[in-house]
Design a protein around this ligand. Structure first.
Ligand SMILES: [Zn+2]
Length: 389
């Protein structure tokens, strides 16, 4: 996005200045004069950059606002009809996709129940690509790029290093395969709990800057947000809450260990204990005060609380945001969870320590698309924007 023929130093400065403008507009729409004030750039520089962004349909200038003194200012905002970000989530028993416009508004969303456990990588990716194509067709806007959420440990190069519940994909590079299938760039590939954490922070800044996002699916994971940033550990394995041990000689776990949180509080165990075939019917049974469902949720909440207390005692984060099925079962699972946290966490009790992700079970797929927006808007010259015709 640099001016052709400009010297390298000027290109670097322009790239930096563009990022100042888009970052400011991601926070709030502003007139050109306000943008100059907010960024410290000259009005002439702001105008040149805004004109460039308008030609690429990244920003749009609104009608002049009435009521002020002097020449009315025209608000500049990110263009909701411009390029869009695609989020794709491949999970153990479902695939989801969504489209966010540049302002972060949800344009389209689909979630399909699909048993991915028994499928090989090619089959899983093709099914995910089909869901992605469907939401993109519905949105009908040019694609900026995609983000992919995966239920396992993802290396920096996008390799799915470890996915105990999705063995067909372990060792694969699903982001590259999805990019090939879609013919579009996949800009972000990350663990679903990490992306769920980022989406929850974006949707509810009050959750931050320090919290644990707990993702409850067939697997159980945690995204650790410290000072507003994800904490991944030395090699990306941080937050494997599902494999914190609750009982040393408990049931075998897919990770090779025994007695992990996932074996007590994961979706498979929860449904089996409750005698329910799926989450919808478990929710209905809980609402109807079915004794088996209530006991199953209480046992899961208690085990999750034991594991979570260990995590909190090690990393001392003040808040816990529940996502995935724990968000859906929030009212029923919170009491047994709270009992364990109050009993076992050494840090002082805090009011409002537990909260429900505002995005419910959709945080990871929303986070995948949101991470694409964050990357593109923090450095618009660092990504290839789709040509606008
Ligand atoms: Zn385990």
């Amino acid at each position: 996005m640099t001016a052709p023929g400009a010297p390298a130093g000027q290109q670097t400065v322009r790239r930096h200045n563009l990022s100042l403008i888009t970052t400011a507009l991601a926070a709030a729409p502003s007139s050109r004069a306000e943008l100059a004030q907010r960024t410290g750039l000259t009005k002439a520089t702001v105008s040149s950059l805004v004109d460039d962004l308008i030609t690429r349909a990244i920003v749009v200038e609104g009608e002049p606002a009435n009521g002020g003194v002097g020449r009315p200012a025209r608000p500049v905002r990110l263009d909701p009809d411009g390029p869009v970000a695609l989020g794709v989530e491949i999970n153990v028993d479902y695939t989801a996709a969504c489209v966010l416009d540049l302002t972060g508004e949800l344009r389209c969303y689909q979630r399909h129940v699909v048993e991915n456990r028994a499928n090989g990588a090619a089959e899983v990716i093709e099914q995910a690509a089909a869901v992605a194509r469907a939401v993109l067709a519905e949105a009908g806007q040019p694609l900026l790029g995609a983000g992919l959420a995966l239920p396992g440990v993802v290396a920096d190069d996008g390799t799915l290093l470890r996915a105990p519940n999705l063995p067909g994909l372990a060792g694969a590079r699903p982001g590259m395969q999805l990019a090939d299938a879609l013919g579009a760039p996949v800009l972000v590939v990350d663990n679903e709990a990490n992306l769920g954490a980022l989406a929850s922070l974006r949707a509810d800044p009050a959750a931050g800057p320090d919290f644990v996002y707990v993702s409850g699916e067939i697997g159980v994971g945690a995204g650790l947000v410290v000072a507003g940033k994800l904490f991944r550990g030395a090699s990306g394995f941080a937050g494997e809450l599902g494999h914190v041990v609750v009982t040393q000689d408990g049931p075998d776990c897919g990770c090779g260990g025994r007695g992990c949180v996932e074996q007590y509080a994961g979706q498979d165990v929860l449904l089996r204990t409750a005698g329910q075939p799926d989450l919808e019917r478990l929710e209905a049974a809980v609402t109807a005060r079915d004794p088996a469902a209530l006991i199953a949720v209480a046992q899961a909440g208690s085990a999750l609380g034991v594991g979570l207390a260990s995590l909190l005692n090690v990393i001392d984060l003040p808040k816990v945001v529940l996502g995935g099925m724990y968000a859906r079962l929030f009212a029923a699972i919170t009491p047994p969870l709270t009992i364990q946290l109050n009993r076992r966490v050494l840090a002082p009790r805090r009011p409002g320590r537990l909260s429900r992700s505002p995005l419910g079970g959709d945080a990871a797929v929303r986070g995948a698309a949101g991470a694409v927006l964050d990357r593109a808007l923090s450095d618009p010259a660092g990504v290839d924007w789709p040509a606008i015709v």
